[in-house]
Structures are given as structure tokens and as C-alpha cells.
Design a protein around this ligand. Structure first.
Ligand SMILES: Nc1nc2c(c(=O)[nH]1)N[C@@H](CN(C=O)c1ccc(C(=O)N[C@@H](CCC(=O)O)C(=O)O)cc1)CN2
Length: 291
């Protein structure tokens, strides 16, 4: 049952060491506070020994019985019992996103259109690029565009400016939409779990630069695109979504790239939206995605 007109919807996510009674504890606590569960998914990972849960629920008519703060306090107590890492927020609070690009604009174009059409549950704050080429596209959506050129000698200064923009725009998530510069270890650490990249290969194959040329040289029969969280280890961050397509010996590297463009846009848009809906939970080097 979805939220009525006067009800507010919340999303609760948690991960903790697996144990008996977690789902019952959460369900009983929500019921005790007058909440109605509208969607719930959970997964116990026998490899990591951790349990993951995502629950969507509505408050009672006119707001939580004893207020959101009381629910948080009660949940904090339950979380302590199970050593939970948890997050609780209203579903209508949307992440503020900074999109970074270089010279390829297909993923940026797709994200902007999807957001403007109400298909992406984010608010795009601004666009940042190390090249001026795509300013026109950002401006066409009335977005600020910041040209931050970078080279090996200016990377620290450029990233410091980027962090200033992250603060100034109150950014929750940075999306690398074919941004072709390697981020420093320091920046990756500062924004761990808050940067999503689209890599134009079916990882773990063909990390790094020019993956379509690597794929062509290898004679692959499938190409792909991978959306992942960014870490200091290039293209090795936790995978969120992947898309693939069949190819064959007749395709040049340029034709592979053309086929791959739609895969990249789709994989990135799905990953950003699932992150925005808090459907992606980190599980060490992997993810749990409650699609
Ligand atoms: N710290 C990280 N930074 C970035 C990641 C990442 O996973 N961790 N993903 C890349 C995107 N990317 C492919 O998707 C990519 C971009 C650029 C290069 C590369 O080698 N570029 C230059 C070197 C640029 C530089 O030193 O900054 C080159 O072509 O030689 C490889 C992969 C985004 N950043």
C-alpha cells in the first residue's frame, strides 16, 4: 500500500552482523510507533556474515505518533543491540548531485534529461568539467558549469576547488559521467561511498584507459559498461550495475564505443537512481542492491 496524501514515507537501511530477531525487532518497533511497512527487502550474506535490510514505511496519519525523534531514539537502542550501521530518512529528501564530465557528453545528456523528466530522484546542483566542451549542455538546463582544467601538476589545486564546490552546493553525491581523470587517494578517502563512476567496460575486464581498444584487441564477443563506487584503486570500487551487449569480429573500436554509449548511460542512470533511493548497501568490496 503506498503512502496516502497526508502520510510521509521513510526509508530505513541497515547492515549488521547476522543474528536472529533483526527483522522482528525492526517490524515490532515500527508498528509500536504507528508506522506501516510498504516495502521491505533483506539479505543475509553467508560469505561476509552480515545482514542487510531496506524497509520503506509510512508514518500514521498526520505524522509519527511520538515524532521522528522518538522513532530515531528507539531505533538507536535497537541498533545498539545488534551493532547496526543504519540510516533513516524521509523518502522525499533527494540527494544533491554534482556531475563531472570531460569531453564525452552522452551520459551527462542522459542524466539531465532523466532528471528533468522526473525519472531520476536527485537534484543536480551543477556540472564540473576539465574541458569547456560541454558547457552548452549544462547551460541548456540552466545549470552552473565550472571549468576546472587539470594536469599532473595542478591536480591537488583542482581537487581542492572541487571540494569547495562540494561544500558550496551542499553536494551529497558526485557522479563521474565519463570524467577521464584519476581522482587522488585523498579525495577518494574524503568522499568514500559518495562518488559513482561509469567505466566503459564489463569490469573486471579492461580497467583503465581505452577499454574499447583493449576489448577489440582481445576479440571479445560481449562488451559492457560498469557503474561502481570510486576508490583509490582505479576501476576496482564496489560494482553497482552492469550492462552488456553482443558484438562480433566486424566491429571496430569506434563501433564498439558507439554500441557501448547506450550501455554506459543506462548503467549509470540505474546506479544513480538506486543510490538515491537508498537501495545500494556496501558489503565490503561488493554491494547489495535491493532493486
Ligand atoms: N581514483 C579513481 N579515479 C577514477 C576512477 C577510479 O575508479 N578511481 N575511475 C575513472 C574513470 N576511468 C574510467 O572509467 C578512467 C579515467 C581516466 C583514466 C586514465 O588513465 N586517464 C589518463 C590519466 C589521467 C590522470 O592521470 O588523471 C590517461 O589516459 O593516461 C583511466 C580510467 C575516473 N577516475
Amino acid at each position: 500500500m503506498s503512502a496516502g496524501s497526508s502520510e510521509r514515507e521513510y526509508v530505513l537501511t541497515l547492515s549488521c552482523p547476522d543474528a536472529r530477531g533483526i527483522v522482528a525487532g525492526v517490524a515490532n518497533l515500527l508498528a509500536a510507533h504507528g508506522c506501516n511497512i510498504t516495502e521491505s527487502q533483506q539479505y543475509g550474506d553467508s560469505y561476509s556474515g552480515r545482514f542487510f535490510l531496506r524497509t520503506q514505511f509510512t508514518d500514521s496519519e498526520g505524522g509519527l505518533d511520538a515524532g521522528e525523534d522518538a522513532l530515531r531514539a528507539a531505533f538507536a537502542s535497537l541498533a545498539g543491540e545488534f551493532d547496526m550501521e543504519w540510516d533513516l530518512r524521509p523518502r522525499d529528501v533527494r540527494p544533491r548531485v554534482l556531475v563531472m564530465v570531460s569531453k564525452f557528453g552522452h551520459c551527462l545528456n542522459d542524466l539531465l534529461y532523466r532528471q528533468r523528466s522526473g525519472l531520476l530522484e536527485v537534484d543536480i546542483a551543477a556540472v564540473v568539467s576539465n574541458h569547456p566542451d560541454l558547457e552548452f549542455l549544462a547551460r541548456s538546463y540552466d545549470l552552473d558549469f565550472h571549468h576546472l582544467p587539470v594536469n599532473a601538476g595542478t591536480k591537488a589545486e583542482q581537487e581542492a576547488r572541487l571540494l569547495e564546490l562540494v561544500d558550496a552546493y551542499d553536494v551529497d553525491l558526485v557522479v563521474l559521467a565519463r570524467y577521464m581523470q584519476i581522482l587522488s587517494e585523498e579525495l577518494c578517502a574524503k568522499m568514500s561511498g559518495r562518488i559513482i563512476n561509469i567505466h566503459h567496460s564489463f569490469l573486471p575486464s579492461f580497467k583503465g584507459a581505452r577499454p574499447y581498444h583493449q576489448a577489440h584487441a582481445r576479440g571479445v564477443k560481449l562488451i559492457g559498461a560498469t557503474a561502481h563506487y570510486v576508490t583509490a584503486d582505479l576501476d576496482e570500487g564496489p560494482i553497482i550495475e552492469q550492462e552488456v551487449s553482443r558484438v562480433d569480429h566486424t566491429h571496430s573500436p569506434e563501433q564498439l564505443a558507439a554500441i557501448g554509449r547506450d550501455l554506459e548511460s543506462l548503467a549509470l542512470a540505474r546506479a544513480v537512481n538506486w543510490h538515491a533511493q537508498r537501495r545500494v548497501l556496501l558489503n565490503a568490496e561488493r554491494t547489495v542492491v535491493f532493486r
